[in-house]
Design a protein around this ligand. Structure first.
Ligand code: PLP
Length: 401
């Protein structure tokens, strides 16, 4: 029974899980099928080919794994590294913290580069570590492309350049959980060795599929990596890829059909248009925050995220109360502040299958909540700023031109 029903639709603005578009919901509304029939391998083959496009890779090998982003991390690490291997990993928020914790628990020697929450990865420190590491003890550089807890996007092209400047052979492992399919991601151009995402983020699917893509160098590394792995072993997948049956164990048939529909929608819109839409929604949100007189948790423009904005509230307001109010009064779901920024920020997720008017509904809701909790906001100020920008910058819908 749906105890928490609210009239109208829920405005889901957490930074994942996100709204699932109707065509995807319909595509998944089906019976189970025999995954060993000819139909599922045939579909899987097209999915694996098409998934490469969202990573912008031609040489990478993708794996569609029944898991979440956390499992995708584990797949990336255990297939490419051995216990005791040195990794350099950037701590800039809750998700990079959790990935570091996983690296430590898996027995790697993690060299943590910490920055204030709200800042991007400190790439000067990376450069100095690589410069010193003439013996190549660093086996992997691990970075979260978009830190969902603080709304910070790191510059991956810069990381690649630094690795190249020092001709350093470390693997380049990237969490693209809240960036891939929303922010431009160029696996081949940036020389990323393992990139990964989760289905419930910008792909706009239910949770349950981790999508991991490995470069030829990462596949090579997996042949000698000694970390224990069973469920996540790429070798098992590759064996079934070679057989043409694709699945070492039972896939979710519904998620496969959902992925097909989700990719079709992304390609119909055009990936570059998808990125531009996210850039527009991100900018409109930041303009609203500015008009409210509030600060973005992200400290510099170069790190502004187009998928999530963490809004800093004045010290006399508990940001968790903003999230509670949104849910209880306006059927609006906002993201909580996590860990170090708990109570201090609330987050507006603007990723996935989302449009301008949906975002304006969220911004209007936030304004009312701010007033509810005693912040002297001028109602309409953020919405007006966002509207003015969107009215000037929203293109015609590509499929309707
Ligand atoms: N990485 C990032 C950047 C995330 O935002 C999240 C979850 O929000 C994760 C990893 C973990 O993903 P999951 O919750 O699907 O395991």
């Amino acid at each position: 029974m749906d105890y928490f029903y609210g009239p109208g639709r829920n405005h889901l603005f957490v930074p994942g899980p996100v709204n699932i578009p109707e065509p995807v919901i319909r595509a998944m509304n089906r019976n189970n099928e025999d995954y060993r029939s000819p139909a599922i391998p045939a579909m899987t083959k097209t999915l694996l080919e098409d998934v490469k496009k969202i990573f912008k890779t031609t040489s990478g090998i993708p794996f569609l794994i029944p898991t979440t982003g956390t499992g995708a991390w584990e797949s990336a690490l255990t297939n490419t590294l051995s216990p005791g291997d040195r990794t350099v990993s950037f701590l800039i928020g809750q998700f990079s913290l959790l990935w570091i914790d996983q690296q430590q628990r898996l027995g790697f020697n993690v060299d943590v580069v910490e920055s204030d929450w709200g800042q991007g990865a400190d790439l000067d420190i990376l450069a100095s570590k690589l410069a010193e590491d003439t013996a190549h003890t660093i086996k992997a550089v691990c970075i979260v492309h978009n830190e969902t807890a603080t709304g910070v996007t790191n510059n991956l092209a810069k990381v690649r350049k630094i690795l190249d400047d020092y001709s350093h052979p470390a693997l380049f492992l990237v969490d693209g959980v809240s960036s891939i399919c929303a922010l431009d991601f160029r696996m081949d151009e940036w020389g990323v060795d393992v990139a990964l995402t989760g289905s419930q983020k910008a792909l706009s699917l239910p949770t349950g599929m981790g999508i991991v893509c490995a470069s030829p160098k990462a596949i090579e590394a997996s042949k000698t990596a000694k970390s224990v792995r069973v469920f996540f072993d790429w070798k098992d997948y590759l064996k079934f890829y070679n057989l043409g049956t694709f699945w070492p164990y039972t896939p979710s048939i519904q998620l496969l059909y959902g992925l097909r529909a989700a990719l079709d929608l992304l390609f119909e819109e055009g990936l570059e248009n998808v990125f531009e839409r996210h850039a527009r929604l991100g900018k409109a949100t930041r303009l609203a925050v500015e008009a409210w007189g509030l600060k973005n948790c992200t400290q510099k423009e170069e790190w502004f995220s187009d998928t999530v904005t963490a809004v800093v509230v004045p010290p006399y307001i508990d940001s968790a109360e903003i999230v509670r109010r949104g849910w209880k009064r306006y059927n609006l779901s906002l993201g909580l502040g996590l860990n170090k920024v708990a109570g201090k920020v609330f987050r507006i997720g603007h990723l996935g299958n989302l449009n301008e008017l949906q975002l304006l509904g969220c911004l209007a809701g936030v304004e009312m909540i701010l007033k509810d909790v005693g912040y002297p906001v001028k109602l309409g100020s953020g919405v007006a700023a966002a509207c003015a920008y969107l009215q000037n910058n929203t293109p015609l819908i590509a499929s309707r031109v």
